[in-house]
Design a protein around this ligand. Structure first.
Ligand SMILES: CC(C)(COP(=O)(O)OP(=O)(O)OC[C@H]1O[C@@H](n2cnc3c(N)ncnc32)[C@H](O)[C@@H]1OP(=O)(O)O)[C@@H](O)C(=O)NCCC(=O)NCCS
Length: 276
């Protein structure tokens, strides 16, 4: 069994003064620090009908019931990142953080890293810890949802952590339609949708360079090639691809993947979809 509040060991790729730990459900100050960090950084918002203190009580109850776990990264005493996992509904039946999950699933409900600390190994360490929390709770897969335009998060979850895009959702945000994509990683069988180990993925960038992998601008159908790519802006095309048994596995970005090419083969980010 895991001890609440334990540290998980840092490795050499993370700056030496970064320590990782878990928020202890019995330590109200730690809960207040983690939630305050999210609020100050505008990653969470205290709803008008409640107060910060009431939210801490509520989070504490959710953590005590084992519905929610929070992993943290600190430099000295200061939080630099937090990462939340939802494990189940509350005892009264309410969905924890509004996340609907099956009994064998967990939900990666939000990782926030201070902008100046991004691009290090911190995200990977926290996401790996989310997977450990999920496994320790006896669950088989971890899900997450990401806005269509949150490229760093999509690239991080697919290209580095091996999640696949398997669903779409349209949400109302301030009266506007917001596209959200659903991702999952099967922890029992990470290879369930093709080569899910990011290190073993086919060389998509090379395939694009030699013209083997092309933008799919016609309607996806059962005869479409087994590897195609579609813009994250195009939710309709993505839904048709999912209906035809494709799964999204990688975000390709012209600035990052073709940084040395004067004439870039892509003018914006695209998601690679594959089918079994
Ligand atoms: C999402 C988040 C936790 C990832 O942490 P991170 O330290 O940025 O992660 P990494 O650097 O390991 O991975 C991000 C990848 O996206 C890439 N990226 C950054 N901006 C990008 C862009 N505009 N388009 C495409 N890729 C982009 C990065 O270069 C990196 O890829 P690379 O390592 O192959 O170069 C962090 O960006 C964050 O805290 N974002 C704000 C909160 C948030 O959106 N959380 C997720 C909510 S669902």
């Amino acid at each position: 069994m895991m001890t609440e509040g334990r540290d998980f060991v840092s490795d050499s790729e993370v700056k030496k003064d970064v320590t990782f730990g878990h928020v202890d459900p019995e330590n109200r100050k730690e809960i207040s620090d983690y939630y305050g960090f999210e609020v100050v950084n505008k990653f969470s918002k205290v709803a008008e009908e409640t107060t910060f203190d009431k939210m801490i009580d509520y989070r504490q109850e959710q953590m005590r019931q084992g519905c929610l776990r929070v992993a943290t990264a600190r430099e000295g005493k200061d939080l630099i990142a937090t990462s939340v996992v939802v494990l189940k509904d509350m005892a009264d039946g309410r969905h924890t953080l509004g996340k609907e999950i099956e009994s064998n699933e967990a939900f990666a409900a939000g990782t926030f890293i201070l902008p100046s600390k991004r691009g290090s190994e911190v995200a990977k360490r926290l996401a790996t810890e989310q997977e450990k929390i999920t496994e320790e709770a006896g669950k088989k897969s971890i899900l997450t949802e990401i806005d269509y335009n949150n490229s760093p998060s999509m690239r991080f979850r697919m290209n580095k952590m091996g999640y696949c895009l398997y669903g779409t959702k349209i949400q109302d945000k301030d009266g506007q339609e917001l596209y959200v994509y659903r991702y999952k990683k099967n922890l029992e069988n990470p290879e369930d949708v093709g080569p899910r180990d990011p290190a073993n993925q086919p060389p998509w960038v090379e395939k694009i360079k030699v013209g083997e992998l092309k933008i799919h601008d016609s309607e996806v159908n059962p005869d479409s090639p087994p590897e195609i790519f579609i813009s994250p802006d195009n939710i309709k095309q993505i839904q048709v691809a999912l209906d035809n048994n494709y799964k999204g596995v990688s975000l390709i970005s012209p600035e990052l993947d073709f940084s040395n090419e004067k004439d870039k083969p892509l003018d914006k980010n695209y998601i690679v979809f594959i089918k079994d």
